[in-house]
Each structure stands twice: as structure tokens, then as C-alpha cells.
Design a protein around this ligand. Structure first.
Ligand SMILES: *Cc1c(COP(=O)(O)O)cnc(C)c1O
Length: 468
């Protein structure tokens, strides 16, 4: 399987190279050259199988040219053994025909663990076989940083530098990043905002000599391997409630479009999915785009679901690429327009295709809070604010024949203030986190300054190569 860039000017690469590269050299995103497909019998046979086994089968066609099946199976086993629930991603019914897919049983209580735990093993495996090391640099507003650090701590071939805005992540999130105790993990509190952190990371990748000396690599949600890992739970959950014999629908709390794009991939692979509903908070660029055809970047508003406080939804480019019949020049024109004027208009045929695959809806802050309280009282399931955005939107997209699965992307304990505002009491912390508040923190505070951060990377990364 080869991967091509959505902008058509970067070389086609195999799975391992795409894994280590992240963003394509032409600024585009890598997608598989063709969609592998699973037939009904293969999908039906997933019923009752352990999560790691289904993961191996779903991921295999994407990776088989580069990764041995036995190695892949072992890495899936190890990745999903870190989860606290034996089903890894169990379903909970919240009403007739309405289900919640619990994706928060991983080590950092957010769905990002499902991809990150596998990604770190895949990367380490490829680097070991090549005898290489890389330096991962990322910016986080909270969840991604914790999941990446937990997944990469102690990995021999990787140094991970994670930038977060000083005093602007929750104490829980900060401690998840700063208490790993691992020598290859370098949390950096930047005296600035999340946007400042992101700008520094972007500029570091743009600095060619730094990029080559440090063998920089990324693990943000545009990394193809993260998408691949997320395809799996669409299959396991659909099969658990009657797929592929009957279609199911999904509602997905969405920020960067990675998670819902994985649902689209499952559909392209042959899983019968009726609707894929994009759920956004008041940062509603995606639902506006579906309604009007115009993708128009506004300013980010802070909400109770901060992991969806995003205006530029990077992975949407992948869906557009298919909607434009894989016309890379058309995508390049749209993205040039976006860079120039913060907006573009989707052509009528492509818009029709996007609308054929996706629906969208928005939940504002009042609806989110009300949904947390309603679902809690009616069912005993306590949704976190991101999940509540999904449930609020899902309830406006129900159809009597088709079951609806809403993805639950975080444990409520990660967002205690928002949950307490909704139900009047703080959520209980799951076992294993009791000592988080007393673990020793280890991180540096750096100025919001490109050269200060770059000097720190050069002084502390193991992958540093001599100046060429
Ligand atoms: C990252 C995240 C999302 C958004 O996922 P995308 O793949 O960026 O759309 C939703 N909820 C939570 C809790 C997250 O951490």
C-alpha cells in the first residue's frame, strides 16, 4: 500500500515513511492510494473477538507491505493491554436505539490513547529496525500532550518535547504531562498561549537545518497512523449491535476532523454506516461549511469542551480530496485560498459529495450543560462536556430504524469544573489516579521565543546529528 499527498507534489510513500513523516513535504496530508475493502463475511466475523485481534485485521491492509503481521498483532496486544476495561472500547446504551461508545478507558482517560498507544509502538518498531532515532515535537492544549507522553515514555528511539501554555492547562492535565519520570520526555511550559506554542512548533518544522539535525517528527492528528488506529472502533461497535447486517449511524464530537474521518474510512472499507454526524461546539466552522459550502475561519471561543476549540480543522482536507475525486490541484487551490484569505468555497459537486457522507450539528454551552445533567439523571452515565456535545447533536439526528452510536471521547473526571457546573457535584476519579496530585513534577519553563526553545531542543535531544 502506497500513500499519496492530498496536494500531489510530494512523493508517494509506504506506511513506515508516512508514520515517521507526518505532514507531506508539499504541505498536504497523506492518504492511502486506494481504500482496502473488507467483505460482509469478514466484518461479521469480528463479532465477539478481542479488540486487539480486530485491530490487527483492520490495520493489516494499510501496513502489510512494511510491517509483519505477527509484529503488528503483538503491538496491538501490548497497546490495548494498557486499557482498564477488558473490552477496551465498550458500548453503553443510554436510550432505545441510542448508544455511547466509551473511548476513555486508556491510561490518560481520553480517546487519544487508542491511537497514541499503538502509534508509539509502531514508531519504535520501525526506528529499531532502521537503527534510527527521532525527535518528536508537539504543542498541546491538554489532552494530546498527556496521551503522547504516556505512550512514548521510556521508548528508546524517541525524545518527546511537548510544549504547553504555562498556567493555561488544567492541573490534572499538567500533572499527566509532568510526572512521567522518564528521561526521554521533556515537557515545556511556554510563557504564552496555545497558539504561541503551535507557532513555535510550526516554525521548528519550517527550519530545515533544525528539522534535519534533530530528525523531527510529529504525532498530531494529521499523522496517518493515528487515523488508522481509530478506524478499528467503528467496526467493533457496529458489529456489537448488529452490523454489518444492519446499518448504524455515528455522531462524533469533532475538532480537527481526525476521529470522524476515521469513521468515513471505515465506511469506505465496507462498513454499512447510514449517517456520520459531525458534532461541534460553538466553534462551528464545520457545521457552517456543510450548511453553506463556505469554509470560513473565525476566531476561537473558549468553551467547556476545550479539545474542540478549533477553527482550522486540518483533516477535513482529506475528506475534500475524495470529494474532489482526488484532484490534488483543486485541493492546492483551496488551501492557497485559505492561507491567503482565511476562507474558501467548496464547488457544488464536491459539496454534494461531502453532504452525502456527513451531517453536522452544533451544541452551545447551555445545551452541553443541560445534556450532561439530563443524561446523568436519566441513565446514570455521566458524559464529559465533549461527549455531551455529541449526545446533544445526536438526539437531533435520530431515525427510528437505525441505531445511533455517539463517541464518548473523554472521562468526565478530566473536566471536573464543567461537570460540577452541570450536576452540582464533582465527578469521581477512577482508580489509579489517586496519587497524581502528590507525584513529583519535572518540567522547564521557557520564554515564548523561538531560539530559546530551539536551543533547548538541541541541548537535550539524543537524535542530534552533526551539522551538515
Ligand atoms: C481531540 C479530542 C476531540 C476531537 O477529536 P478530533 O479528532 O480532533 O476531531 C474530541 N474530544 C476530546 C476529549 C478530545 O481530546
Amino acid at each position: 500500500m502506497k500513500y499519496v499527498s492530498t496536494r500531489g507534489r510530494a512523493p508517494a510513500l509506504g506506511f513506515s515513511d508516512v508514520l515517521l513523516t507526518g505532514l507531506a513535504g508539499d504541505g498536504g496530508l497523506y492518504v492511502p492510494e486506494t481504500w482496502p475493502s473488507l467483505d460482509r463475511a469478514q466484518i461479521a466475523a469480528f463479532a465477539g473477538r478481542p479488540y486487539a485481534e480486530v485491530a490487527t485485521e483492520v490495520i493489516r491492509p494499510f501496513a502489510s507491505s512494511d510491517i509483519d503481521e505477527a509484529d503488528l498483532a503483538r503491538m496491538c496486544d501490548e497497546a490495548y493491554a494498557t486499557f482498564r476495561h477488558p473490552a477496551v472500547a465498550p458500548l453503553t446504551q443510554v436510550a432505545p436505539g441510542e448508544w455511547v461508545l466509551e473511548l476513555f478507558h486508556g491510561p490518560t482517560l481520553a480517546f487519544k490513547d487508542l491511537a497514541m498507544q499503538l502509534l508509539s509502538r509502531l514508531m519504535d518498531h520501525v526506528l529499531t529496525s532502521r537503527g534510527e532515532k527521532v525527535t518528536i515535537i508537539g504543542a498541546t492544549s491538554g489532552d494530546t500532550g498527556g496521551a503522547a507522553i504516556e505512550a512514548f515514555r521510556g521508548r528508546r528511539n524517541v525524545d518527546l518535547f511537548m510544549l504547553f501554555p504555562e498556567n493555561r492547562v488544567s492541573p490534572f492535565q499538567q500533572r499527566q504531562m509532568t510526572t512521567s519520570g522518564a528521561a526521554n520526555i521533556h515537557p515545556i511550559a511556554v510563557k504564552g498561549t496555545f497558539d504561541d506554542c503551535q507557532a513555535i512548533v510550526k516554525a521548528a518544522f519550517g527550519n530545515r537545518s533544525l528539522r534535519e539535525r534533530l530528525a523531527l517528527s510529529g504525532v498530531n492528528s494529521i499523522n496517518w497512523a493515528r487515523i488508522v488506529a481509530q478506524i478499528v472502533y467503528y467496526f467493533t461497535s457496529a458489529v456489537a449491535i448488529g452490523g454489518p447486517a444492519r446499518p448504524v449511524s455515528f455522531t462524533v464530537p469533532t475538532g480537527n476532523f481526525g476521529d470522524i474521518y476515521a469513521g468515513y474510512a471505515a465506511k469506505r472499507m465496507g462498513l454499512p454506516i447510514a449517517d456520520l454526524v459531525i458534532a461541534t461546539n460553538i466553534n462551528d466552522i464545520l457545521s457552517r461549511t456543510l450548511a453553506t459550502g463556505r469554509y470560513e475561519v473565525g476566531s476561537v471561543q473558549a468553551t467547556a469542551s476545550p479539545s474542540m476549540d478549533i477553527q482550522v480543522s486540518s483533516n477535513f482536507e482529506r475528506a475534500l480530496f475524495d470529494a474532489y475525486d482526488r484532484d490534488a490541484e483543486a485541493i492546492e487551490r483551496l488551501m492557497a485560498m485559505l492561507a491567503q484569505s482565511r476562507a474558501f468555497t467548496i464547488g457544488p459537486d464536491a459539496l454534494e459529495t461531502v453532504r452525502k457522507h456527513f451531517d453536522a450539528g452544533t451544541a452551545d454551552e447551555d445545551q452541553t450543560r443541560a445534556t450532561i445533567a439530563e443524561v446523568w439523571r436519566a441513565t446514570g452515565f455521566l458524559p464529559d462536556p465533549h461527549t455531551a456535545v455529541g449526545l446533544s447533536v445526536a438526539r437531533r439526528h435520530l431515525s427510528p430504524e437505525v441505531p445511533m452510536i455517539t463517541l464518548s471521547t473523554a472521562h468526565p473526571a478530566k473536566f471536573p469544573a464543567a461537570v460540577e457546573a452541570a450536576i452540582g457535584a464533582p465527578p469521581a476519579l477512577p482508580p489509579g489516579f489517586d496519587d497524581l496530585a502528590s507525584r513529583r513534577e519535572d518540567y522547564v519553563v521557557l520564554a515564548n521565543d523561538q531560539s530559546v526553545v530551539e536551543d533547548f531542543l538541541l541541548a537535550n535531544a539524543n537524535a542530534v546529528r552533526d551539522e551538515v
